[in-house]
Ligand binder design. Structure first.
Ligand SMILES: *Cc1c(COP(=O)(O)O)cnc(C)c1O
Length: 469
């Protein structure tokens, strides 16, 4: 029986003559040679299945072996043709979700990315003078304007910024850091590991909950190059604590000729405290306290593309710009285009919240979330039960963990299907929808779902309903 079935598998050149072969090549816009590779894989798989008797041989005879081959080929094509990096609807309410790509770009930033990607640009060409220019200059002025820094540059991300600062300015020297600030951020960023990698020597002072000025003082040696402060963005010790402020460290650093460096992490350019959200100092404030260098992310509170911004005293920034690593960690034109447009939005204090999706989502009131929730409920089929309830959303991205943004949640369920299964189907569908499970129900937080996406969520739930009935 097995041999009989195997003999029935047509030769590849015969299958290539089948009109389905040509149709698939055309529909999926792949070359015939690529399609032949996948066809060979499909045939090999079926051959293996038959030999191992994993396939129902009688059924194979009934269906017809070439139908089986072509449907397997077609599945392969649809798998290969869908993009791996896909759009996701974020129903978690967490605004800066690191796993879901952090900040959404503003429309202005997206337009600039498209325009810049579409044509040549003056990325490293000074149009006034007609000679080689520097890509750092493209955004330096805007960072200066937004933060009051003397100078600035941009690298791939904030981890890269920290690495460059340590490597270029403190390699083979000592860097003093408080034990209370040696945190791990976002699951993979550890100050101690980056420090080790950079060749700078970490000198830990104080204890986890308390560090005093004299701890720093006593740690200073001939070898010390820098005092580093790390904004412990995703971690808060509550209670009996003491940390030394930049204002207090500044005189010590300057007496001993040390660089005072603060890794700010998020780097807020807009003061969210005005709206009663969090207690995050702005970058300008951090610099005004007398720190020499700060570093921060482009895609956290700033609301732009992935990038690491280094700002501070010109003397140090100039050294960093000249370092070989700056070349290694440099950002591309699309990042610069998006960052420039994002930074420009900050020039208008009145419209910046409206323009940048990150700020807009963080500051969206509970009432505004509720409007979306009601709109969703009104469109939903009675197959689904929903209840609305108060909840909290998070800023995310390791930023302001103590902040709870009041929100309205939808808890959705159906007698016909378990929450875990809905959760999986939503995640695996197209577009992928990320929800949470609370009390055996699907929780959706519309803070991070746009009005336009509501219809897509409804459509997906309708599809699931149809699959079940
Ligand atoms: C997030 C964070 C980083 C890492 O920044 P990336 O832009 O993710 O590389 C470094 N330091 C602090 C304090 C952070 O919060």
């Amino acid at each position: 029986m097995v041999n009989h079935v195997l003999r029935q598998i047509p030769a590849i050149h015969e299958l290539q003559q089948d009109k389905r072969f040509n149709e698939l090549a055309k529909n999926y816009s792949v070359s015939k040679s690529k399609l032949t590779e996948w066809l060979q894989e499909a045939v090999a798989d079926i051959r293996r299945g038959v030999l191992a008797e994993l396939v129902d041989l009688e059924n194979l005879e009934v269906v017809g072996i070439d139908d089986v081959i072509f449907s397997s080929l077609s599945e392969r094509l649809s798998h290969h043709s869908s993009f791996k990096l896909r759009r996701v609807i974020n129903g978690t309410g967490t605004v800066l979700h690191t796993n879901l790509g952090r900040a959404k770009l503003s429309e202005g930033a997206i337009r600039r990315v498209v325009e810049t990607a579409f044509s040549y640009s003056n990325l490293e060409y000074n149009l006034t003078e007609g000679k080689r220019g520097s890509r750092h200059e493209l955004i330096e002025e805007l960072v200066q304007e937004a933060t009051g820094a003397e100078a600035a540059m941009v690298v791939n991300n904030n981890a890269a910024a920290v690495y460059l600062v340590l490597k270029a300015l403190a390699k083979h020297k000592e860097v003093i850091v408080s034990r209370g600030e040696l945190v791990e951020i976002g699951g993979s960023f550890r100050v101690s590991s980056i420090m080790e990698e950079s060749g700078a020597e970490l000198v830990e002072v104080g204890t986890t909950n308390k560090t005093h000025l004299y701890d720093y003082e006593q740690a200073i040696t001939e070898q010390t190059a820098m005092i580093m402060k790390v904004h412990t963005s995703n971690f808060k010790i509550i209670g009996f604590t003491k940390e030394v402020s930049i204002q207090d460290l500044q005189p010590l650093a300057s007496q001993s000729d040390l660089i005072l460096y603060e890794d700010l992490g998020s780097g807020a350019l807009y003061d969210l405290r005005k709206h009663g959200v969090g207690n995050e100092p702005t970058v300008s404030e951090a610099l005004a306290r007398g720190v020499d260098i700060v570093t921060f992310s482009g895609d956290k509170l700033l609301g732009g593309p992935q990038a690491g911004i280094i700002a501070g005293k010109k003397k140090w920034i100039d050294q960093l710009k000249k370092h070989q690593l700056a070349r290694v960690l440099r950002v591309d034109k699309m990042t610069l285009a998006a960052l420039e447009a994002t930074l420009k939005e900050y020039r208008n204090e009145e419209t910046v919240v409206e323009s940048l999706p990150t700020l807009q989502s963080i500051l969206l009131s509970k009432e505004k979330v509720e409007e979306k929730t009601i709109h969703f409920q009104a469109k939903l089929s009675p197959f689904w039960q929903t209840e609305m309830r108060d909840g909290v959303s998070q800023v995310g991205g390791g930023t302001m963990p103590e902040v709870e943004l009041p929100t309205k949640l939808i808890l959705l369920s159906s007698q016909a299907i378990k929450a875990q299964l809905i959760h999986d189907k939503l995640r695996q569908g197209s577009p992928a929808i990320i929800s949470r499970i609370i009390n055996e129900k699907i929780a959706l937080d519309f803070r991070t779902i746009t009005f336009n996406e509501i219809d897509e969520v409804i459509n997906r739930l309708t599809e699931i309903e149809k699959e079940l009935s």
